[in-house]
Write a protein that binds this ligand. Sequence first.
Ligand code: ZN
Length: 184
Amino acid sequence: MPLPIGHALAGLACAQVRPGFFFRSRWQDVFFFVFLANLPDADFLPGIILGQPNLYHHGIFHSMGAALAIAAAGGWFFYLKKQHFWSRAAAIFLVFSSHLLLDFFAWDFVAPYGMPLLWPFTNRYFIAAHPVFINIVRSGRSDDFFTSLFNGHNLTAAGREFIILGGTLLAVMTVRHLLKKEVH
Ligand SMILES: [Zn+2]
């Protein structure tokens, strides 16, 4: 699993494709993209409350089934705000799935490896044969879970995420800038 910083950069890259897609307020819109790109890791929360943060992590909330359910709920929310259901649902599905894509390409040394990506169609776990992102070392207990994230190994992982996903964000911004120039 990449860190929240990596997922946030992916969310920002998505936000650059269609700025103002969800909300007219620029900050609200960017916040929503970043929120969606991090949302699957909300599956840490029930485990944190129960004292074992990893208990439900990389379960069914990291799957296409969850992406479809969140897309349907989000699409309905925007439909009630007089926006187009299908386009909003599709965008929510894609940004939520950006998280699954990054996690798929990350090392995972805790069994079961990877995620049940195609749940509910199959319970099989999937992980890339050639991961790009470094695994995150973290405590299995709630009391030192957050402090355990601050270590040299995770700093290296964050650096790699920053270079790859920050580079992606810059590339998307550059393409957008060039396309804008062509239109004017
Ligand atoms: Zn995740």
